[in-house]
Structure formats: C-alpha cells, structure tokens
Design a binder for this molecule. Structure first.
Ligand code: SF4
Length: 324
C-alpha cells in the first residue's frame, strides 16, 4: 500500500507588509533613541507576539492619550488616528510620532477632499475597527459606515448624484465588491475611490490564498484575532475551497485533529506577523510528517516606507551630536 504524500503549500506573499514593518521599526528606533518607556497609543500593529516583544523592550501600550504622562513621547499606531487625537496630544504637550501607514493616510486624504467638496462618503469597513474610527474622524458629518453588504439598506444620502465610497484597507476584496454592487443598485451614480483603498498587501495575501485553497485540506493562517486582514484570510481560504481554515497566534495552538486525514496543509500569515512564527508552524508540521514544503508565489513585493519625518529628524540630530 502506498502512503499518500503529506505536503505543505506555503503562500507568498505572506507576513509583514511595508506599513507594519515601518510601524514596528518606529517603536524600536524610538526606544533606542529616547530610551524606555515609550508610550504607544493602541496596539502598534494587531499582533499579540509583536506587542508583547515590544513591551518587553520598554514600550507601554495605552488606549488613550490621557494615560500618557504630560510631556512624554507617544507613538500613534499603523491604523491611523482622527485629527482630534493629534489635538489632545498637543494639549498634553506630548511629543507625537505618527506611525500611521501611508496607505491609510492616503484614505484620510481622500476623505478630507471629498468632504471639502461636500460629498456624502460611504466608508465600507468594520464597525469599531481603529482604522475606521480614524478615517471617519476626518469628516464625521460627511461619512457613514457601511459594514458589509448587509449594511447597504440602512444608507441614506442627501444627494444621490454626489456620493462616493471609500474603504478600510484590510477588507476582503470580494466582499467589498459585493457591497459596492449592492450600493450601486440603490445609488447608480455612486463614485469609486480614485485608486484602490484595499491595500496591495491585503490584495496580494488574499490572491495567493485563493490560488492554494482548492488544493488544501486545511489552511492555517498565522495571525491574531483582532487583525482584520488575518481574519479575512481564513474566510478567503474557506470561500476558495479549503476544507477547513484556522487562525492561530502560535504553532502550539494547532490541534492534532485538524491534521487527521489531511494530506495538503496551506500555510500563510497576516500582514502583521513576523516570519519566525511561520517558521515555528512549519517546524511543528514537519514533526508530524508534513516536511515537504512548496512555496507558491503569486507576487513579489518590494515596497518600503521611510520612517516618520519627526523620528528621522531626531535620529539625524542625534547622529550629528555624536559626530560633533
Ligand atoms: S495592511 Fe496595508 S494598509 Fe495596513 S499597514 Fe500594511 S500596507 Fe499599510
């Protein structure tokens, strides 16, 4: 009797995107430059492991500016903040460093521009997500949230000729298009954003998962429960034909019964997940007979973002002082 070969299909791209890389580096460099503690408003990126690693190095994560002692340094997370958060920081004399991903900032600019032209803006996103709160805060009087296709019926607009949709950067591409299609049946003149709001990293990670899903008995997505793009990857895997899909923070969460009878396991990770957590999952699988790993690549990513200006300026000044 021949034994069926067990294998892993490893998705690429996976893991860190340019915005997460920049945000994590911002905290690391700030700790080096100013010393601990450094305050960070909200989780810098939505990953348990990243947050606990930075905490161990001296970062203190808070929910609001008022928890930060006056005059301290505070970093705003990759998900972006509403203008009032900058204002509060100023009032408390905080030194604010903005680690908002530039692709989220782009959506903030779009929101401001359409609001200044008096559009009604339909922001497709998940209620309560930090990114959505930050974007909506740019123009609360003009923005209403549409939380998926089921939110469409609640939408009311002042002028159906002057409506645009924008979106959170980490949504499911397919579900967003379904929401837009439903919106367009009610609002045929609805305008689209000038460029994709769902970011390149979200789209690329979903695309490769769609490719591997039909061949997988189970897809393991490394990522945290509060990570929107990671949660979406499990949904995309299931919609794409995987027989099962699970979100895990660590390899130790893999349950033996998930692998029973499986021959092909798909592995990927969300945009806020460091690669060593994926390596631990691959090691765990190899110990259970899944040592044959094929990487399936659907895109190469080369985008990088430079560190926030305010931090770069201080790093430059510190370097000049050292060399003086
Ligand atoms: S997932 Fe996209 S929007 Fe979010 S930090 Fe990464 S690149 Fe930026």
């Amino acid at each position: 009797m021949t034994e069926t070969r067990k294998r892993v299909l490893l998705a690429k791209p996976r893991g860190y995107c340019a915005g997460v890389d920049r945000a994590v580096q911002t905290v690391e460099e700030a700790l080096k430059l100013y010393g601990a503690p450094i305050y960070v408003r909200k989780q810098i990126v939505h990953n348990k492991h990243v947050v606990s690693t930075l905490e161990a190095r001296g970062a203190i994560f808070v929910e609001e500016n008022e928890e930060v002692p006056e005059g301290s340094t505070v970093i705003f997370s990759a998900h972006g903040v509403a203008p009032e958060v900058y204002e509060q920081a100023k009032q408390r004399s905080l030194k604010a460093i903005d680690a908002t991903c530039p692709l989220v900032t782009k959506v903030h600019h779009e929101a401001r521009r359409f609001a200044s032209e008096d559009y009604d803006i339909l922001l497709i996103g998940h209620e309560g997500h930090e990114e959505v709160i930050g974007t909506a805060g740019e123009a609360p009087a003009h923005i209403q949230l549409v939380d998926g296709p089921d939110g469409v019926d609640k939408v009311t607009v002042r002028d159906p000729n002057k409506v645009v949709w924008l979106s959170q950067t980490t949504l499911s591409v397919d579900e967003t298009m379904e929401t837009v299609a439903r919106l367009k049946t009610r609002l045929p003149l609805l305008q689209s954003p000038p460029s994709d709001d769902i970011c390149y990293a979200t789209q690329n990670r979903q695309h490769v998962v769609k490719e591997i899903a039909p061949e997988c008995d189970v897809v393991l997505v490394v990522g945290s429960r509060n990570s929107s793009n990671s949660v979406r990857l499990v949904e995309v895997a299931l919609d794409g034909g995987a027989r099962a899909g699970h979100l895990i923070d660590y390899a130790s969460e893999i349950q033996e019964e998930w692998l029973e009878g499986a021959t092909t396991v798909g592995v990927t990770s969300g945009a806020s997940v460091p690669e060593d957590l994926v390596t631990q999952v691959l090691d765990h699988l190899a110990e259970r007979g899944f040592a044959d790993v094929t990487e399936v690549t659907t895109a190469e990513e080369r985008l990088t973002f430079s560190l926030p200006q305010e931090l770069k300026r201080d790093m430059k000044a510190a370097a000049a002082a050292r060399n003086a």
